[in-house]
Design a protein around this ligand. Sequence first.
Ligand code: GAL
Length: 772
Amino acid sequence: MWPDLIKKSKEGGLDAIETYVFWNAHEPTRRQYDFSGNLDLVRFIKTVQAEGLYVVLRIGPYVCAEWNYGGFPVWLHNMPGIELRTANDVFMNEMQNFTTLIVDMMRQENLFASQGGPIIIAQIENEYGNVMSPYGAAGKAYLDWCASMADSLHVGVPWIMCQQSDAPKPMINTCNGWYCDSFTPNNPNSPKMWTENWTGWFKSWGGKDPHRTAEDVAFSVARFFQTGGTFQNYYMYHGGTNFGRTAGGPYITTSYDYDAPLDEFGNLNQPKWGHLKQLHEVLHSTEETITHGNITTIDYHNSVTATIYATEKGSSCFLGNANSTSDATIDLHGTKYTVPAWSVSILPDCQNVAYNTAKVKTQTSVMIKKKNQAEDEPSSLKWSWRPENTDRTVILGKGHIQTGQLLDQKAAANDASDYLWYMTSVHLKKDDPIWSRDMSLRVNGSGQILHAYVNGKYLGSQWAKYGVFSDVFEKNIKLKLGHNLISLLSSTVGLANYGPKFDLIQAGIPGPVELVGRKGDESIIKDLSAHKWSYKVGLHGLENKLYSLDSPQASKWQEHDLPTNRMMTWYKTTFKAPLGKDPVVLDMDGMGKGVAWVNGHSIGRYWPSFLAEEDGCSIEACDYRGPYDNNKCVTNCGKPTQRWYHVPRSFMENDVNNLILFEEFGGNPARVNFQTITVGSVSGSGIEGDTIELSCQGQTISAIEFASFGDPQGTTGSFVRGTCEGSKDALSIIQKACVGKETCKIEVSKDVFGSINCDSSIVNTLTVEALC
Ligand code: GAL
């Protein structure tokens, strides 16, 4: 997907692509590196270069990014004597080793701008300033070391550190956030730079879909450049998908769409992509003046300001209104300009308004899902199945490792799998103080998923959600006299990626694990934490690579008695690749939680049964005015957090493909099917003098749903005519101009749509909605 995404980024007006480097992906095992296939960093940077764009390389190597363990390989955690992100020789040696490796790799390929390459900026660490104080003096020493280590690599381009208000020279402190206009770097000679302008927000299992409006993103960018900003990067411009086990959190979803200008599938998220593209064009047109001009700011009070950048050759002006409710009229050099609330107008020549952040002139596209045209799904999908073999763990309690304590999952499993079995046995005699009719098992967990079994029988499960790092599972149990087996399966949903000392947040079962016996008012506790525990990493089916066609056990699938709502079950089917080129999604409606593989490629964790919170969604259109945060403008309340899963076309063969599911909780595959994503309808509005451009992005416009020149009302999908209308038939004019075409342009004027008798307070507007 890289070339297409990079091309669309360039078309969107970007000058550079910023990317993190994921240490755990490139050094999965200590000193064994992987830069193959999609991990080929050099190829990625050269692809960006070939498109004529620059690169900002955020080496980190701690990256956060809602990525498993913030990008740290878990083997780091397991090195003797190590402490992460602080002045610790073991850690610093590993960090220096990886950072140097990346820098050398770039240098060898002449990729730094100082060598004629595309990399103009490099980053060391990531937002350490946000978490530094708990590390005390050692934190400050580490930070200084990061700076001098990076500096000693002589990359020939500036190094940045984001959110680091004490960044030592020559490191440049940069800003991250939804707004950075009031940011000032600590060094007065540093440029004002913004490494992460959050275009939306990430999603967690059980969380709603965050959206940030195009108007507000544009406002934040224009304000940043009005207030002297020199570099601004979108986080994310394209967020994509957390395939495999890359999602962190814990509880970050597989989708990392982020409401970014290029959506999860690489489609244009309109109007955001286009509204920002226009902003970029206008900003580029002011480049000479805003980079060289003298700055004058006029304060009109009430958060209204004008900024004039002037050179001898000319000047550019920004008129800003940061008031969240009232529009402002600004008198600039004798001319009056109306600036809507929460917006910035840009006048490249200080006379004509070329752009206002609140006036969206780009079409809105509504994406739809279409059935797989290659076969009649879901009925064509013939499923076979097999149980996950849990006999050794649930009945026999056999593991690979044994110790007399509860281990952190990171230590026991070294991130080889989400799954770790903890097994212990308890011998009970009648005279044991806890022996009673009322006994329970209590497990102090880490907030990750837990499934408990006692004496071969399933007892129950528990899980938490994003932001919860400890929980308690307690359930009544029946034990027998003599030997009892307790088998606990911990299933992680990504490892923590953010916060002071996040790397020490426990995964799995920190304990204690207790048996509680109740006799009347008295509770007696038997702590099993220091018992002999056996551990088994992973699942039987994963070990035998059931997800792969080359599995030695590929034949043992059964076609009869297909179970539903059965825990720990593998399902398999074949499907025909959807026709065409549109992105493909797997609809997991009806399934519980697990992992899906297409032709052996993990498309990530699925969990459609985890519904998003009920509250907080509004049916009213989102108001772009006022400060944004990720609880504003959310959708998808009460629905599956994520029902559709991206299957890149590069994972699929042309004809028959293989789909394998591991279902952990129990589900029904009867409704599982593949769909394609495409533009369903497009709409746009403009006032007299504007030109509306509609595009079905590769398809042709098939019909015009709505067209009105006057004062049309409503929003996409529900437009209605207002009180007045042009004298000519707008619908047939637009049908003639657009139907059958991929793109059409319509000039909004009385010449085209006829005279109009609207009330004088009405701004004559053309609104069009077309089907693709
Ligand atoms: C920032 C961090 C990013 C990402 C973002 C939230 O603090 O630098 O990596 O985690 O928050 O999406």
